[in-house]
Design a protein around this ligand. Structure first.
Ligand SMILES: NC(=O)c1ccc[n+]([C@@H]2O[C@H](COP(=O)([O-])OP(=O)(O)OC[C@H]3O[C@@H](n4cnc5c(N)ncnc54)[C@H](O)[C@@H]3O)[C@@H](O)[C@H]2O)c1
Length: 249
């Protein structure tokens, strides 16, 4: 049984679809309940099991209720994917500007969603996993910016680095319960912004990538599925780059 945050579109949607296709019941959660419902419908239409839950990962109590209703619906919890994130924009539409031109209130949404969101979900999910006594999987979707840094996205990078550091640390705490915890550090993924680019713009944007295209959400879902599988029983405390080779160590 998988609980996926930010599953209403993009990478989270692909993860929900993949897990559903592999037979896991999926709690498709998103702050956008309309989007979550649509993805849950897709999973159901493909023959899987799913429920949609509207929840903001920054709402500690709301996340607790979402975990509770998931366990009530499916009777258990096995896999938790912390995918919800805000990729360099906040509610005010702020996108990539020098850190020294920003104000403290502009940092909040990056830290709240990308770091506190992960803490909120893990705080509620881990006691359930421990209580069940059969292990479990925690997967955090972070960014290559967490490993290599990113100019004009310093606060986002810091929040993602925090999430990756937390995930490594929690791996050390929950390993004795056979719960694994790993992060996937994504490079640029395909999204609507790229559809609007012409070939030249796309080629320019992709120059730093050894494989010169954005990643596909399904590629992230494939790695998440592997980390969630029995084959990955002995993989924990790791941060996996999935980035077309934009960084190589
Ligand atoms: N797209 C990229 O190029 C890229 C690169 C590196 C890392 N990432 C990370 O991968 C993850 C998925 O990215 P994506 O491109 O699919 O993002 P996206 O913006 O396409 O989708 C994110 C989803 O999360 C939901 N969400 C946002 N804030 C939320 C909140 N507070 N509570 C619950 N749900 C919330 C949104 O409604 C949306 O459905 C994010 O954590 C992102 O930071 C993305």
């Amino acid at each position: 049984m998988a609980f996926v945050t930010g599953a209403g579109q993009g990478v989270g949607r692909a993860i929900a679809q993949r897990f559903g296709a592999e037979g896991a019941a999926v709690a498709v959660t998103d702050v956008n309940i309309v989007a979550a419902r649509a993805v849950a419908e897709e999973v159901l239409a493909a023959g899987g099991r799913a429920i949609a839950i509207g929840v903001d990962v920054t709402d500690y109590d709301g996340v607790g209720s979402a975990v509770d209703s998931t366990v009530t619906e499916f009777g258990r919890l096995d896999i938790v994917v912390n995918n919800a994130g805000n990729v360099g924009t906040d509610a005010r539409g702020w996108t990539m500007k020098p850190f020294w031109t920003t104000e403290p209130d502009e940092w909040q949404s990056f830290i709240n969603v990308n770091l506190f969101g992960v803490l909120n979900v893990c705080r509620h999910a881990i006691p359930v996993l421990i209580e069940q006594g059969v292990g479990g999987r925690l997967i955090s979707i972070v960014s290559d910016a967490a490993r290599t840094g990113e100019p004009k996205l310093e606060v986002y990078a810091a929040a993602k680095a925090g999430a990756a550091g937390f995930t490594r640390s929690i791996a050390k705490s929950v390993g004795r319960y056979n719960i694994t915890a790993n992060s996937i550090a994504l490079g640029t993924m395909w999204g609507p912004g790229y559809a609007a680019m012409d070939c030249e713009q796309l080629a320019e944007r992709m120059k730093p990538y050894l494989i010169r295209r954005p990643g596909q959400p399904e590629e992230a879902a494939a790695l998440a599925a592997h980390l969630a599988s029995a084959e990955a029983d002995w993989i924990t405390g790791q941060t996996y780059p999935l980035n077309g080779g934009i960084s190589t160590s």
